[in-house]
Design a protein. Structure first.
Length: 274
């Protein structure tokens, strides 16, 4: 089939325009890539530090990234990588902060400030877990997906275990207390759902998980009560009595106790347990 000369000219013109656009795009990209090409390491680091000190964290992030890319083995390389974690954190880039912290820990496990990287990694997960709605008290954080909060809990625990003398340990311990209660209450929300649905074995397992993994949490007493009711639902009265004795010993003023008598939340009982 013949193609008209006019159509050929249009096709050629279109191709030329596309090629020109591509060249222009490449020129722009090259210009962006070369923005710091002639900036010395020290000068670039000082620019990044100035941006950090003045609270311009997006600018600081850009310059620290450039410094890390152009001078990965430079004089300021390790400090730049450490400060990049902080810049990401202050800029609200939680996942980037965690990734940068993990990278720093992997590359510099013996660095004198590696405990700071652990701490910032935990803080980033902490912020990601709390989110803005929790600060406004519009929802109960323990009813949400708590993946980030679990990460923060593990990060802070690792910091404390590895660097017990770190200056960040005291704050990490306080945050762990909060996180432990949140994570435990989350498990109890699930256990409560199982009780309502009559899935008593699953409820008992959730309660036991809280007791075994978060023994210092304020939710432990509710976990014991959950286990008592779960055992009753399974018609395991001996186990229920054993667990009830522990509940009475540790929380005699629990809401589900009337003296030494247990009052289930959902289960109807012909014979009271005491």
């Amino acid at each position: 089939m013949r193609v008209s000369s006019a159509a050929t000219r249009v096709a050629a013109l279109t191709l030329a325009i596309a090629l020109l656009a591509g060249c222009a795009s490449n020129d722009t990209n090259n210009a962006d890539d070369d923005e710091y090409a002639n900036v010395a390491e020290r000068e670039l680091y000082e620019q990044a530090r100035s941006a950090l000190d003045s609270g311009r964290f997006a600018t600081a992030t850009e310059k620290l990234e450039a410094l890390d890319t152009r001078y990965p083995f430079g004089v300021h390389a390790e400090q730049a990588q450490l400060e990049l974690i902080y810049a990401y954190y202050e800029n609200g880039e939680w996942e980037a902060a965690r990734a940068a912290a993990s990278r720093f820990i992997r590359l510099h496990p013996d660095h004198s400030q590696v405990d700071y990287a652990y701490y910032l990694r935990g803080l980033a997960a902490w912020q990601a877990g709390r989110f803005s709605l929790e600060r406004l008290r519009l929802i109960d954080i323990s009813k949400r997906d708590l993946g980030a909060s679990r990460d923060a809990y593990q990060d802070f625990r690792e910091l404390i275990q590895r660097y017990p003398q770190s200056e960040y340990v005291a704050d990490a311990r306080q945050r762990i207390v909060y996180l432990r209660d949140i994570l435990a209450r989350h498990e109890l929300h699930v256990a409560d759902y199982y009780l309502r649905k009559g899935a008593y074995l699953a409820a008992v397992e959730r309660g036991r998980w809280v007791v075994e993994n978060y023994p210092e949490s304020n939710a432990t007493r509710d976990a014991l009560a959950t286990m008592v009711e779960g055992y009753l639902g399974l018609e395991m009265r001996d186990r229920a009595k054993e667990t009830l004795a522990v509940l009475i010993e540790n929380a005699p003023d629990h809401d589900q106790l009337d003296g030494r008598r247990f009052q289930p939340k959902y289960l109807s009982m012909r014979t009271p347990l005491n």
